[in-house]
Design a binder for this molecule. Structure first.
Ligand code: AMP
Ligand code: GLY
Length: 419
């Protein structure tokens, strides 16, 4: 029996709440700490103050708390080198180095790695002038796909039939990637890796647009579910063989091994599976339903990835049934967000069988919990079937209210109908 671990989770979002909650339920974990955290995370972890973008401060906090493992949730601290600083301080860290996090931090770099590893993805051009952008748009034709090269919290991508709108977005960015449009359903497939061994998780699906029927602008994600009964049975094996392992191997070959969570955003197109994007961290909100169904303890997987010993850890196991998360966003999202709106009905929602509420943009204001960001919370539910999980999640959603609240009513609807 190994000594139970002390773990520090860095971040403030729903993903971090879902991870901290799973760690708090893990018998191998003695203490869960989080920084900066949010009111939901406070119910499963001790909160501390830190600037998550300052590598030295995060490393110092980890040392002061004498934790065994730091889990870095969001991409910006990873790109800033937080995992490097924690490891330099002699503490195990789940999350890639700043250099390896460029797989997410630069779309152009990700394309270069995919080309080298022969990973199937959309054809793309990197453009820095309006003339180059116009030529690339005309080369690929409509619908146009224009991506800011840098980090943009899921909102730097414009997909449009309108050539002027595509050009206008390109003009706003210093460097853009313009690429071929990929048709077909999207799948989020995450893998835990120590830079060598790769353990895929169960596939999930995210809903990126703000409105029902995939209308309106892109968001960070308005809901998610897992598993995907409709996906091809060999999807995970195919993506492990053609995408995840070759990418991890290519990063190692370059001397910048990638450890942590490799997120493959995939399109199942008429011409085969293609990578839409890589992220260097767990997806939000997909992590909410995935953690709800994970049957294995989380800490050995994260510790194995952080210490290069994943081969000694059993691959993840999953509970039967399904899980659904429905995001409630604040007024004005995604263009702006409203803060300080009092959130009512949280306990009522959690009284629904199978439901728990994951906090993202929330804050305490005296006795109240109030909105404090674009995506406010995710009502997450498990059930024996997808339809059951979905019904429970929406029962919970119906019990939560705040001024300006927005949610989609069609999360997992089509998949639940198909059974
Ligand atoms: P990304 O940040 O690259 O994941 O893009 C955000 C969203 O834009 C994706 O989840 C897709 O819905 C959409 N998107 C990105 N690239 C493409 C593409 N080549 N074809 C069609 N849709 C895309
Ligand atoms: N759910 C999309 C993301 O985490 O980037």
């Amino acid at each position: 029996m190994t000594t139970p671990l002390k773990v520090l989770v860095i971040g403030t979002g729903g993903r971090e709440h879902a991870l901290a909650r799973a760690l708090s339920l893990d018998p191998g974990v003695a203490e869960v700490h989080a920084a900066p955290g949010n009111p939901g995370i406070a119910s499963v972890a001790s909160l501390h103050d830190v600037d998550p973008l300052d590598p030295a401060s995060v490393a110092a906090l980890a040392q002061r708390l004498a934790v065994d493992l730091v889990v870095v949730g969001p991409e910006a601290p990873l790109v800033a080198g937080v995992a490097d600083a924690v490891r330099e301080a002699g503490i195990a860290c789940f999350g890639p180095s700043g250099e390896a996090a460029r797989l997410e931090g630069s779309k152009a770099f990700a394309k270069e790695v995919m080309a080298a590893a022969e990973v199937p993805t959309a054809q793309a051009r990197v453009c820095t002038t309006p003339e180059e952008a116009a030529a690339a748009l005309d080369e690929f034709g409509a619908p146009y796909v224009v991506k800011d090269d840098g980090l943009a919290a899921g909102k730097g991508v414009v997909v449009t039939e309108d050539r002027d709108a595509a050009l206008a977005h390109a003009a706003q960015c210093e460097r853009v990637v313009i690429e071929e449009f990929l048709d077909g359903p999207e799948v989020s497939l995450f893998a835990i890796t120590d830079g060598d061994r790769v353990y895929p998780l169960q596939p999930a699906q995210d809903f990126k647009r703000i409105h029902d029927g995939d209308e309106g602008p892109n968001t960070g994600g308005m809901g998610a579910y897992t598993p995907l009964a409709w996906a091809p049975a060999d999807l995970v094996d195919e993506v492990l063989r053609d995408v995840l392992q070759p990418t991890v191997d290519e990063m190692a070959r370059r001397g910048t091994p990638f450890s942590g969570l490799l997120y493959a955003g995939l399109a199942l197109t008429s011409r085969g599976t293609r990578v839409v994007e890589f992220n260097a961290r767990f997806g939000d909100p997909e992590t909410q339903p995935l953690m709800a169904l994970l049957d294995s303890p989380l800490s050995p997987l994260l510790m194995g990835a952080a210490t290069g010993t994943l081969a000694d850890v059993e691959p993840p196991r999953w509970k039967p049934g399904a899980a659904v998360a429905v995001v409630l966003a604040s007024g004005g999202y995604p263009e702006t967000s409203s803060s300080g709106d009092v959130i009512r009905g949280l306990a009522d929602a959690e009284a629904v069988d199978g439901v728990h509420v994951i906090h993202a943009g929330t804050a305490r204001d005296g006795a109240d919990v109030v909105t404090a960001g674009g995506r406010v919370l995710a009502v997450t539910a498990v059930g024996d079937s997808l339809a059951g999980a979905r019904a429970a999640a929406y029962d919970g959603v119906g019990r939560v209210s705040f001024d300006g609240a927005q949610h989609r009513t069609d999360i997992a609807a089509r998949a639940a109908e198909q059974g």
